[in-house]
Design a protein around this ligand. Structure first.
Ligand code: ZN
Length: 68
């Protein structure tokens, strides 16, 4: 039997997603989340000697908002 699945098993059933940074809790636009200044780089997108790994150099992260 042939199987034309492509990619890695981890991709099965996963919706297309944007690349999230470590500081993000969800994709931009996700209900109940919003942008916030990255607390690692304080919005600069950079730390000591390079791009901030927490926000990926954007200076912003996606975090949960509201009391849900
Ligand atoms: Zn950052």
């Amino acid at each position: 039997m042939t199987d034309d699945k492509r990619g890695t098993p981890a991709e099965q059933g996963e919706p297309p997603t944007v690349a999230l940074n470590p500081g993000d809790v969800a994709e931009p636009g996700t209900t109940g989340t919003g942008e916030d200044v990255c607390r690692e780089c304080h919005g600069t997108g950079r730390i000591a000697s390079g791009p901030c790994p927490n926000c990926g150099g954007t200076g912003k992260v996606i975090k949960a908002i509201g009391g849900a």
